[in-house]
Design a protein. Sequence first.
Length: 386
Amino acid sequence: MTTSRNKETSSPTSGIDKASSDSADIDTGTKNMETLKESIEDQAGLWLVRLDGRQLSPEETRELKAWLRRSDYHRDYLTRLAKQWDGMAALNKLATLFPLTDNNLGRTGHSNTKQPHAGFATKWLPQWQPVLAFSLMFVVVLAGWQSSLFDPAASSGVYITAVGETQRQVLSDGSVITLNTNTQVQVSYTDKQRKVSLLQGEANFEVAKNTQQPFVVYAGQGLVRAVGTAFNVRLSETSDVGLVDVIVTEGRVKVRSRYTEPYEQPLTDQHPLSQRLMDAGQRVQYSDASELVEAIPTEEEALLRKLAWQKGSLVFKGETLAQAVAEISRYTDKRLTIADASLKSLQVGGRYKTDDIDNLLSSLAEVMNIKITYLTEKDIQLSAKK
């Protein structure tokens, strides 16, 4: 059974991005000019709140520069709005991005720059003045507000899947967690870090990039720290030493065993065995029994097989029947046993869907030429055919 309980949550920045993508150069002369102007004016208001309230991140600065280059009207309207609001902090920041001329400051002079249409201050300021006042009043409180501008509390909580269930969860910052069968994940977003604890099972993480708020997954006695990347973490349910398996599929992550606070402590040469930088296509393991973060050389095809659960499948290629049964058992509450010891070492191959265990076992029995016996509703025995 597969469920999807996605919670798409947009941050305030997405409103600017979306509006910006819809606004063409105002010189196009289309019938939608007034609509486009209003869109630009709304965008300018959002930018002014951010400029006057806090320091822009490097990524936001690049976004603003790109927005300002869209047309003269973008630059002039935002500059005049900042002056009308008497936002010296905003004006100072704008001055570092492009020259402030007499024209865009609203002084007398000659310029080829098109002027904002009459009444821009009276039209816009009454609508946005409460928002600006609110943002300035709380500027000290919001000094730690990061560039993602998402609500940390919106994603915090515990996400759980039942046996045989998977779940895709979209967090408020745009990151995505896909939970495999019988998995528990606790999310605790704060202004300093995006903390996720894998309490049980296996999950895949697609991390939205945010250099100011690392995404940290705690599993067993170690952690995986990322900025913007994708990786899979599995906490073994059969190991008595808390074995954790990490596969990186995109970008780079830092893995540390036996971590110590603070979590942002950088990699050093003092404990080289307990920490490792990983790139896409690499796999490591660590456990409670040792501080070693051990690289596990694994071919790309084998990595893909380990990640096949994300597409609702189990893929075997040379695993023993005992290993295959152990893996299948993760996806059902039925008890599977191998009656004949001689069968345990048989090699298994093929792709099997996990959403129908009975059909999976039937297919496996046909491929392996073995017998499947339902002893009870919950007890299934695999044995040799007589």
